[in-house]
Design a protein around this ligand. Structure first.
Ligand code: NAD
Length: 248
């Protein structure tokens, strides 16, 4: 179709899961894709091959998104390799769920650093390139939990709510330079992570969703295509919920 033809995207945490689906949908739309994950292993190499099969330039990079200096280095490398960055998808994320009573400082710090500090790291690192281009679309993968909170996920919810505040602030700071910043709040998306839940838990979730099904990674990836393309030229500072109506 080519909605993203000629553009270059960075997608973090994209060797598998939702990030991988975003990278594939982008490649299908003609977008060159630089993706990161913790290691450049067989999984990442297979993803790279799958992307390249769409006839775009695709390259995987080993990067811990929570590391400030490391992020600057990898983004410099991506800019050197691709020459431009039009779309940044801050997708890398982890959970370390437990009640506050049992939550350790390490569980708090890990989730805040991987989910929220990473967004600061990558957005700051691509800012110079997007300012020079006078255009860019930043997409932050938040969660319905960041909007509504969830028992047993205080660290995760805080990180995802923080992403929404960051998204709005950057939209206000950089809007005049043609740079847009939006968040997506997925609900219950069926991935390797959620696929491991018991049938009972899944049924219970689905019964509470107006559309009566869990979401697919492509349901989320399609919103990224919209936000990364000119179709969303007048949309910034928003949080788009992809949750089958679970959150309204
Ligand atoms: P996933 O665990 O399948 O994939 C996450 C990817 O991020 C993995 O490849 C992992 O190796 C990578 N990663 C982890 N830590 C990293 C780091 N420090 N640096 C770089 N990469 C790192 O998870 P997913 O379900 O695909 O989730 C993707 C995003 O969507 C996350 O931010 C998650 O919070 C969010 N989300 C998921 C759901 C859901 O239902 N699955 C719902 C709402 C939001």
């Amino acid at each position: 179709m080519g909605l993203l033809k000629g553009k270059t995207a960075i997608v973090t945490g994209a060797a598998r899961g939702i990030g991988k689906s975003i990278a594939i949908r982008f490649a299908q739309e003609g977008c060159n894709v630089a993706f990161t994950d913790l290691s450049y292993n067989e999984v990442a190499q297979a993803t790279e091959k799958e992307l390249a099969a769409y006839g775009v330039t695709a390259k995987g990079y080993a990067s811990d998104a929570s590391n400030f200096e490391g992020t600057q280095v990898v983004v410099d490398q991506i800019v050197a390799d691709f020459g431009q960055v039009d779309i940044l998808v801050n997708n890398a994320g982890i959970t370390k769920d437990t009640l506050l009573m049992r939550m350790t400082e390490d569980q708090w710090d890990a989730v805040i650093n991987v989910n929220l500090k990473s967004v600061f790291n990558f957005t700051k690192a691509v800012q110079k390139t997007m300012l020079k281009q006078r255009s860019g679309s930043i997409i932050n993968m938040s969660s319905v939990v960041g909007v509504s909170g969830n028992a047993g996920q205080a660290n995760y919810a805080a990180s995802k709510a923080g992403m929404i505040g960051f998204t709005k602030s950057i939209a206000k700071e950089l809007g005049s330079r043609g740079i847009r910043s939006n968040a997506i709040a997925p609900g219950f998306i069926i991935t390797e992570m959620t696929g491991a839940l018991s049938e009972d838990v899944k049924k219970d979730w689905e019964s509470k969703i107006p559309l009566k099904r869990g979401g697919t990674p492509d349901d989320v990836a399609n919103i990224c295509v919209f936000l990364g393309s000119e179709l969303s030229a007048y949309v910034t500072g928003q949080t788009i919920h992809a949750c089958g109506g679970m959150n309204m």
